[in-house]
Write a protein that binds this ligand. Structure first.
Ligand SMILES: [Zn+2]
Length: 458
């Protein structure tokens, strides 16, 4: 297999038909490669009577049934292109990152070959006009040092290297190891001050805790000009909270760059400005669509469906029409804010698990999260759906909101209960707890904002 004809100059501003022609060509190569050498898709295509000649364009791709996270977690090795089928410069294993969520508790490997690694570096170095990282920046990698390499932790130094900036890794977190190499949140904060970091990058909930702690101790964050957040859906209100804290701290800037991606996908997606939607940074590596998970049909531009991506230039672990588990819409229209023509995810992605039935009513807990994020007095919060009687798993549902906050508890509880009634039409029980009980930034990679403790139902 030859290396593909890989890109176009100024890729994010190409006329849509030119971009689609490039994507179609890349897709044809990927489909042929997967048909011959990708165990899962070779099987899937044959079981549906599909051959590469049936999938010659991104429009034809709808003939292939979507695949799910469950398919991947059940057999991650089946999603790796056979390295023996490729020349060494494409197949040599560069690194392995892992995604969580397997039923066995073992993380699932995502193989990144030399080809994939260079593709990531290429996109990062070419598309910084959208992200805004500069070669003079000093970036604080605030992703935790976990027991296995997490995508974001591993990619932060790559992106910085691609740009020619500098990076410090703060190594918070905790792992089951005899080597005491982890640092505390205060150590991370001291490193930001010591190196005069200009950019913070981490999970939104963790960046927020860093900013809150910096406010508490009056840390010198005057060099910080930008914060990048990823790994956790964040609302407009949450990002505004971060921005206000940066202003209050006397930071050099208050830009919040909201990014969306996944370990499996690789390439990240970025907002050009708040609310613009997430622009694909690498439409020469990824094709995005919103699909109906039942029929596999593609949703029209702007209509919500299940998010799916297809790798267009990938040689390690590769996915075609892979459902990431979020609901959102996709648009191929030029961005009304910046004019870029690269495809965008145009609605805030909602985790499927965030749409739940409580007392028989369908509730979108993202709406409740959006409202709670506006309450700056909340240090942390967590939404719990559980049986109202702990001894009876089938008792009536209860909505419990656990909060950590300073101030007049009765007044705060009243305000939070009102928000829940407004957003979910359910009166919650409010419980006050310590912030670390909800999210301990040292032990947990990211906050769990929604917890459903009810027994599984079918
Ligand atoms: Zn834009």
């Amino acid at each position: 297999m030859d290396a593909p004809d890989i890109s176009l100059p100024d890729l994010l501003r190409q006329p849509p038909e030119k971009l689609r022609a490039l994507q179609d060509g890349l897709l044809r190569q990927m489909v042929a490669l997967c048909y011959d050498h990708h165990p899962f898709y070779a099987r899937l295509m044959r079981s549906h009577g599909l051959e590469p000649r049936h999938i010659q364009s991104c429009d034809d791709l709808v003939r292939l049934p979507p695949s799910s996270k469950k398919d991947f977690l059940d057999d991650p090795e089946a999603f790796r292109i056979d390295p023996d089928a490729l020349p060494p410069e494409q197949s040599t294993l560069w690194k392995v990152i892992y995604t969580t969520g397997t039923t066995s508790g073992r993380p699932a490997p995502v193989y990144v070959t030399a080809f994939d690694h260079f593709a990531y570096l290429y996109a990062c170095s070419k598309r910084q006009e959208l992200i805004g990282l500069k070669d003079t920046d000093r970036l604080a990698n605030l992703f935790p040092l976990t027991a296995f390499p997490m995508g974001a932790y591993a990619r932060a130094p790559d992106e910085v290297a691609a740009v020619g900036a500098a990076v410090i890794s703060t190594h918070t977190g905790r792992a089951d190891t005899v080597f005491p190499v982890h640092r505390s949140l205060d150590d991370a904060l001291a490193a930001i001050v010591r190196h005069r970091a200009t950019v913070l990058w981490g999970v939104a909930g963790f960046v927020r805790r860093i900013l809150m702690r910096a406010q508490e101790i009056g840390a010198d964050f005057s060099a910080v000009r930008m914060a990048m957040i990823t790994g956790e859906a964040s609302s407009t209100a949450m990002r505004e909270d971060l921005r206000q804290r940066m202003v209050a701290l006397g930071c050099a800037g208050d830009r919040i760059v909201n990014r969306y991606g996944s370990t499996e996908q690789g390439g990240s997606m970025v907002e050009c400005q708040p609310g613009s939607g997430f622009h694909s940074l690498a439409p020469d590596q990824l094709f995005h669509e919103a699909v109906d998970p039942q029929t596999g049909a593609r949703k029209p531009d702007g209509e919500k469906g299940m998010q799916a991506f297809t790798h267009l230039a990938r040689r390690g672990t590769a996915f075609l029409r892979y459902l990431v588990g979020d609901e959102a819409s996709v648009s191929n229209e030029p961005c009304p804010h910046c004019g870029r023509t690269t495809p965008r995810i145009t609605s805030q992605p909602v985790r499927v698990g965030d749409i739940v039935k409580i007392k028989g009513t369908l509730v979108n807990l993202q709406n409740l999260k959006d409202r709670l994020d506006r309450h700056h007095e909340l240090r942390e919060y967590q939404i719990v759906v559980q049986p109202s009687d702990a001894a009876d798993p089938f008792s009536m549902d209860e909505l419990l909101i656990r909060i950590a906050a300073d101030g007049d508890r009765e007044a705060i509880a009243g305000r939070i209960a009102e928000e829940a009634l407004g957003a979910a039409h359910v009166r919650p029980r409010i419980a006050f707890v310590d912030a670390d009980e909800i999210y301990d930034p040292i032990t947990a990679a990211k906050p769990r904002r929604v917890v459903d403790l009810r027994p599984p139902r079918d």
